[in-house]
Each structure stands twice: as structure tokens, then as C-alpha cells.
Design a protein around this ligand. Sequence first.
Ligand code: UT7
Length: 317
Amino acid sequence: MGAVFRGIGVYYPETVLTNSDIEKIVETTDEWITTRTGIKQRHIIPKGSPLKASDFGTFAAKAALEKAGVGPDEIDGIICANINPDKQFPATACFIQAKLGVKNGFAFDVTAACAGFVYAVNMAALLIDAGQCRNVLVIGAEIISPVLDWTDRNTCILFGDAAGAVVVGKGPEGRGLIRSQLKSDGTQSEVLYLNLPGDEGRRGMFMDGKQVFKAAVTEVTDIVRSTVAQAGFKVEDLDLLVLHQANVRILNAIAEKLGLPPEKVLINVHKFGNTSSASIPLALHEADGEGRLKPGMLVALAAVGGGMSWGCNLMRW
Ligand code: UT7
């Protein structure tokens, strides 16, 4: 225990795409999107913008560094989660490292789709606890709209573009990450995927929405329960549950199964849509701004995404 979030930063493009805007692109309605997903709007990168995931990640990371009062020379590692990297290699984290002027340590990417942030936080905390790093930047940098199939109403209505970053570093006694659990089930890799450009077959994202929905509710509920129990707590001890923001029905179903009242579960999917690995830092940033995150609170972060991959971080804020 001991790795805390010293600062949170976010970035999202100004351009807003509302449900009414999407009505003009595919056969759908604001009413359908709102009742099935809770999403009202999403921010997306303007068509033809030269910005890459590393630019989004750099903007969010700069904000997180400023908030933490930490300089680039105090960062010993950068871990970036994303589903649409700048290039196949090198890692988007390496581009971010250069853009930030970070000279120490390492930079690498995590590929765990929407669960990427939770995976990266686990890695960063281990590196801090082991004394290998002073501070690690964990970033979810997602530019999803250009790789969507804008004729597929099953997927194009769901996603938004954004980035979120946290500076993970040593905290005061009694605070920080307590326990993490990560899980994957590669036999479900066909349920949700994005082909490489040039691959044969489907362009854009494929998603078996019903299957993902079921897995999200079941697996996230289980992993939150077991992570909390492994750490010697009860679910009702949680002060705040911060879930990957995919669909308000998923969030409500998990909260209900866990027996948590609505005020303990953060929801901002209506403003941003599903921003994959950026959604948890985006929700945390908003909660922080509203004064909903207080030192000493027991907070669980949890997410599920393509892989299937899922995980939970339990922390004393
Ligand atoms: O981060 C992880 C990634 N993804 C997720 O977490 C998504 C998880 N899944 C979901 O959120 C939901 O499954 C969706 C929102 C994607 C879909 O909701 P659903 O309640 O599972 O709807 P459905 O796919 O069963 O579709 C119901 C009906 C179908 O029509 P019929 O066959 O009943 O006539 C669809 O063709 O709704 C139709 N439909 C739409 N109608 C209007 C599907 N997409 C749309 C649409 N607008 N955009």
C-alpha cells in the first residue's frame, strides 16, 4: 500500500456530437440511445484533425502534472492505455514521453481495451511500492471516432474521444492502492474487437453488444466483490465506486447487484459516451472537481473491455 493519485488531468475535444446529430448519420433516435445507453452526447475529434492519441495523452498528462505539482524530471515511467495508437509501434507512451520532455525511465503501452486504465494503475502501483519508480504517469488516450464504422448503428452511437491521466506516486502512510485484481478470458476475443487496417474482413469495431453487456455486469460485480473481500472489507464499506462508463444500464445493474446506493456510483457517460480507457480518469476528475473525493475514502475502480479483460483497483483515497 502507498501508491496514490497525486494529480488527475483530462483532455477532450470541443466538438460535441449529440444524439440528434447521430440521427442524421444512421437510423436511430435520441430516445433509443438515451433509454438503451444513457448517452446524450459525446466529444469527438473534428474530421481531418492531425491530432493523434499521443497528443490527447500529452494534454491530459500536462494537466495531471500541473495538478500534482510534479515536473517531467520527477517521472520515472509512462504507461499509456489505448485502442487506437499513433503507430503500430513504437508505443504511444514513447511519443508522449518525447512531447512531455521526460528523460528518465521507460514508456510502454497496455492493450486491454476499456480495462486498460485499471491494468496500468495496477502496474504503476507495483513499481512505486517496489521502490523502482518515484512517480509513474498512467494515461488513457483514446481517439476512437475515426476507426468506427459510421454506418453501423450498433457501435457508432456509443463512443467518444478523450484522454485522462494520473500521476501515481508515493502517498502518506495509510493511503493508496490496497489491492488489485486483473483477469482476462481470451476465449471471448471474438465478442469485441477492432481489426488492424489492411486486415481482411470487417472495418470498424465489431461488438456482440448483448454478450458484452452480460459479461460486464457479471464479471465486474464479481471482481469488485472479491477484491473488496480479499482486502478484508465489505462492499458496504465502499464510499465510491468508479466504473468504466460504457452504458448507464450496465452501471445501474452493477450497483444494484452490489447493493450500493446511487450516490456511491459515479456516472458521467451521458456527457462523454464510452471513452474506453479514458473513462475512469474522466469520471474521477469530475468527482474531484465537485469535491466528492476526500482523503480516507474507500474507492474502487473497475472496468471491462475487449479481450475480454477486466479488473479492479481498491484504494484508500
Ligand atoms: O466498453 C465495453 C464496450 N461495450 C459495451 O459495454 C456495450 C455493451 N452493450 C450495450 O451497451 C448494449 O447491448 C447496446 C446498447 C449496444 C445495445 O442495447 P440492447 O438493449 O442490447 O439492444 P439490441 O442490440 O438487443 O437491439 C435491440 C433492437 C434491435 O432491433 P430488433 O431486432 O429488436 O428489431 C436492433 O436492431 O434495437 C435495434 N438497434 C437500434 N435501434 C435504434 C440497435 N442499435 C440501434 C440504434 N438505434 N442505434
